[in-house]
Design a protein around this ligand. Structure first.
Ligand code: ATP
Ligand code: MG
Length: 442
């Protein structure tokens, strides 16, 4: 151990030599090593930092590799033909190697020095950092990272790890600890509260006491986060393999309500929705484990099913018939949710289809079943119905019917439809009067 600075408020630097840690070159992508090498050959400092070092130390396979350097984004851009500048809130360089992207960030100064540079940094009235492009040295960079476990720097110059915040100790103790004063750090960026629960679930770590303490009180700050950023965060929270555990932690820390207020209300009113969401997340976790695809449309259709039914009922109570009531309710629920999380159209359109088809699945007479079966969203709608059944809706017969129906050839499918008793599932055919005026439906 050697102190890096005379300044008493500066962090203590610990250098862990190559023989004293478990990160080896073999666990690091060739592309990341190339980026480190070129930066160093050009006279800059360059380190691997963040999730990749944390994950290797924990024996996990890193998702991606992030580099921190004292070269400016423009200098980095100049060194790699295969690179581009991105970001506004944080300026970064992406260096592309085939499908792999190495993210290169310039060392940033901590928040205090950032506020002295009004041109390059911007802070909102609640203390949230809106822009943060003040460059600094490696110590300052370490201090502005979120958790100690994410602030370990690995250099391929001598394969050592540089630790400024006791991150290695916290990794060993499996603790999530914010760097600095937790309240201030959450105020600067409330998403850090979500990151704390995400990592707790993903890594099976505990959130250290002082880091956990202010979360419930500050959770409402998440309401101010731009809805587009929130969409990405929610996917990371709920669709990366530990969705169920993360959901429970979000509820425990009051972090669910600011993201999904209408869903939270439905959860208070009817325990069915808790089961529905838990079942969906547990199915999603299992699908990811089996490397099967998952879609945000299904996740969000589940999250907003309770609010949708409540809203539809309110509209129907005003005398509007079921089909237009559903259309209106979908509009209302999606636009309310957009104030918190913006769901791109490519997902909200299939969400609507999944919802609409829940009404169509029971209506199986004539050609309806085959038409539904051919619909590109049939599979998702069928899965959604199974989910509702799993969560306790009395849909067993209908689910079994559709499960069987899909397996059969055309002749046998016809027989299944003919065997349906004409009853509540079919509407009596309306005779069309020749001279009937007005619009016809269907
Ligand atoms: P993951 O495995 O989810 O990618 P990660 O730690 O790599 O985890 P990223 O979002 O890729 O997370 O961020 C890379 C690094 O940038 C983090 O390890 C952390 O050091 C820093 N960082 C990310 N988000 C924040 C934030 N909101 N505040 C401070 N530092 C952050
Ligand atoms: Mg990462």
């Amino acid at each position: 151990m050697r102190p890096s600075s005379q300044n008493s408020s500066a962090p203590t630097q610990t250098v862990i030599a190559r023989d004293h840690h478990t990160v080896s070159r073999r666990q690091i992508s060739e592309s990341a090593l190339k980026v480190l090498r070129r930066l160093r050959d050009s006279g800059f400092d360059a380190y691997l930092v963040g999730g990749c070092i944390r994950d290797i130390l924990l024996g996990h396979h890193p998702k991606d590799f992030d580099v921190a350097t004292n070269a400016t984004p423009e200098q980095v851009r100049g060194l790699f033909r295969n690179s581009r500048l991105i970001g506004r809130r944080f300026k970064l360089v992406h260096v592309q190697f085939g499908r792999e992207i190495i993210e290169v960030a310039t060392f940033r100064a901590d928040h205090d020095s950032a506020t002295k540079h009004q041109q390059t940094s911007k802070v909102s009235s609640s203390g949230r950092i809106l822009r943060d492009n003040v460059y600094g040295n490696i110590e300052q960079d370490a201090l502005r990272r979120d958790f100690t476990m994410n602030a370990l720097y690995y250099t391929s110059a001598d394969f050592s790890i540089h630790d400024y915040t006791n991150g290695l100790r916290d990794i060993k103790q499996r603790k999530i600890r914010l760097i600095g004063d937790p309240k201030t750090r959450y105020q600067e960026d409330p998403v850090r509260m979500l990151r704390a629960v995400r990592f707790a679930a993903k890594l099976d770590f505990t959130i250290e006491k002082a880091t956990a303490a202010p979360i419930k009180e500050l959770a409402p700050l998440l309401e101010d986060i731009p809805a587009a950023r929130m969409f990405d965060e929610v996917l990371k929270l709920l669709q990366s393999g530990k969705g169920l555990k993360t959901f429970h932690l979000m509820q425990e820390y009051d972090l669910f309500r600011p993201l999904f207020p209408a869903t939270d209300q439905a959860l208070q009113q009817d325990p069915f929705y808790q089961r529905l969401i838990e079942q969906a997340l547990s199915n999603t976790d299992e699908r990811l484990r089996q490397q099967k695809p998952v879609t945000p449309a299904f996740l969000f259709a589940t999250m907003l099913w309770g609010p949708l039914l409540a809203c539809r009922k309110d509209i129907e109570d005003q005398g509007i018939p079921p089909i237009p009531a559903l259309q209106q309710a979908m509009q209302v629920v999606l636009s309310n949710q957009a104030n918190h999380i913006s769901i791109p159209k490519r997902f909200s359109i299939p969400m609507r289809e999944i919802w609409e088809q829940q009404d169509r699945l029971p209506r199986r007479h004539g050609k309806r079943s085959d038409q539904l079966l051919e619909h590109p969203r049939f599979r998702a709608s069928y899965d959604f119905m199974l989910l509702r059944e799993q969560a306790g809706e009395p849909l067993k017969e209908l689910c079994d019917w559709w499960t069987e129906y899909q397996k059969l050839d055309e002749g046998d499918r016809k027989k299944m439809v003919q065997a349906l008793s004409p009853g509540k599932n079919s509407r009596p055919r309306r005779r069309r009067r020749k001279s009937a005026p007005g619009p016809t439906t269907q």
